[in-house]
Design a protein around this ligand. Structure first.
Ligand code: ADP
Ligand code: GLC
Length: 484
């Protein structure tokens, strides 16, 4: 008899292409698909954001989620997303059906009712796990603070319950709210304690997940080690040390169909390792689009990033004058903190024709930068995994990255030895400083000036396998272990 597929409820705060603020949206789209290919019966669970409302107009089953504490009533609809993924949507228009982002309004302020919005999501996840539909989850997989109350509701609720795992995509975001919020959650009063969801007098949604889930994962092995200590544990290092027996790191994969220079519909000219010379046309098109002037052979450095302290882009600002004199040109796509946006806007103004800055969220342009740049920069202060350094390698765009978290786990520093043994794929630097960043870029440009060697490096980077297979296997094995 063939084995029954394992049933997994995958709780996601965002999911590309419908709602995406960063790599979490990419992962919540591509990991469930990879799990499905491995034979896991995985169902997504998401809020019914405006981008997903269309699916509610098709026929679907729905169950009520009763009000609890200060949390309003909602409905849980069972739908099929465009593309075929089976999903549950938490339908509560007052909470989720609004213009703006999933966590913030159009001007970048957190929605004031986020504590309610993501308590309802966590509760809905726990409710589906109690089997109101004829589908019973054996494992609930939560992602980040927005879904992290679910393990608490399950662990503190009725038995039997499914096994739970929470994945930390970024410990810097914890869902910390004033203590008054606790009363609205409908959790037992004793759980507002140091061994529960309380964190320095506040309610921490992420801590709830880390405390009550059966297993904890994060998105790279290095980050799984880094967060057991300050400062990257962001105050939760003690708890993570205590739970280290159930904490592991599984490197994210990428969607190798969506990020494929041989089929990418957004780029000027498609290419692969055998037709790498065509990449030049993408560089030309990107330069023209971004108004970059001068000799086309000048190395073009790309950045696609949220503009936040995490990403270390202030180091690029600090190094910019010397960087441009190497010479090099810079194309930046990003959005985020006001002071960084302003500084990059000024940088572009000060260096017309040499620096291009687009302050927006622009998916097609992100692909064009991956295809058109020579070098891709990620000087992150910390990086749980990072997706763009993997996209870059696939596009033969050599990443220069800080040796932290998933960057250290997915880029192999270029040295004579790694070039010779076929593993070199980029350039790493240790210290979060402008001189260290510049030194790594200088190393990259020295190789860039030797075209045969550079192409060899590009082909090595392009040959690396960043598909989901190995990591999906690791998740499936973890599910099987905790479900048993
Ligand atoms: P993080 O999730 O911390 O922002 P990742 O490297 O994991 O960092 O993922 C970022 C994802 O968001 C990538 O898919 C990247 O291309 C995308 N992205 C970031 N900023 C922008 C932007 N301004 N426009 C388009 N895509 C962006
Ligand atoms: C977070 C992290 C990023 C990671 C992404 C997906 O946004 O900042 O490093 O790649 O989640 O796991």
């Amino acid at each position: 008899m063939p084995e029954e597929p394992l049933r997994v409820l995958f709780a996601a705060p965002e999911c590309a292409p419908w709602v995406k603020t960063g790599g979490l949206g990419d992962v919540c789209a591509s990991l469930p698909r990879a799990l499905h290919r491995r034979g896991v019966d995985v169902r997504l669970m998401l809020p019914a954001y405006p981008g997903l409302k269309g699916t509610l107009r098709t026929a679907h089953e729905s169950v009520p989620l009763p009000a609890l504490g200060g949390l309003p009533q909602a409905h849980i609809a069972r739908v099929t997303l465009p593309g075929g993924q089976a999903a549950f949507l938490v339908d509560c228009p007052a909470l989720y059906d609004r213009p703006g982002g999933p966590y913030q309004d159009a001007s970048g302020h957190d929605w004031e009712d986020n504590p309610v919005r993501f308590a309802v999501l966590g509760r809905a996840v726990a409710h589906v796990a109690t089997w109101p539909f004829d589908w019973r989850a054996q494992v609930v997989h939560c992602n980040d603070w927005q879904t992290a109350l679910a393990p608490a509701y399950l662990a503190l609720g009725a038995t039997p319950r499914p096994a739970t795992v929470i994945t930390i995509h970024n410990l810097a975001f914890q869902g910390l709210f004033p203590p008054q919020v606790f009363a609205s959650l409908g959790l037992p009063p004793e759980s507002f304690s140091i061994d529960g969801v309380e964190f320095h007098g506040q309610v921490s949604y992420l801590k709830a997940g880390l405390q009550y889930a059966d297993a904890i994962t994060t998105v790279s092995p290095s980050y799984a080690r880094e967060i057991r200590q300050a400062p990257l544990g962001f105050g939760l290092e003690g708890l993570l040390q205590r739970r280290s027996a159930v904490l592991s790191g599984i490197l994210n994969g990428i969607d190798v169909d969506l990020w494929n220079p041989a089929t990418d519909p957004w780029i000027e000219r498609r290419y692969d390792a055998a037709t790498l010379h065509r990449k030049t046309d993408n560089k030309g098109a990107l330069r023209a689009r971004c108004g970059l002037a001068g000799a086309p052979a000048v190395p073009l450095i790309g950045v696609v990033s949220r503009l936040t302290q995490q990403k270390g882009l202030d180091l690029v600002l600090e190094a910019a004058d010397r960087l441009l004199r190497l010479p090099a040109q810079l194309v930046v796509l990003g959005a985020g903190e006001v002071h960084l946006e302003r500084a990059f806007r000024e940088l572009a103004r000060a260096h017309p024709g040499r620096v291009s800055v687009t302050l927006a969220f622009d998916e097609p342009l992100a692909h064009r930068i991956e295809a058109g740049a020579d070098i891709f920069l990620m000087p992150s202060r910390f990086e749980p995994c990072g997706m763009n350094q993997m996209y870059s390698q696939r596009y033969g765009t050599i990443p220069v990255v800080r040796a932290t978290g998933g960057l250290a786990d997915s880029v192999v520093d270029c040295t004579p030895a790694t070039l010779a043994n076929g593993s070199a794929s980029g350039f790493l630097f240790e210290s979060a400083s402008a001189p260290a960043l510049l030194a790594a870029i200088e190393r990259a440009i020295a190789v860039y000036r030797e075209p045969a060697l550079w192409q060899h490096l590009q082909r090595q980077a392009m040959a690396r396998d960043f598909g989901w297979d190995a990591s999906a296997r690791a998740y499936a094995a973890l599910y099987a272990r905790i479900a048993a």
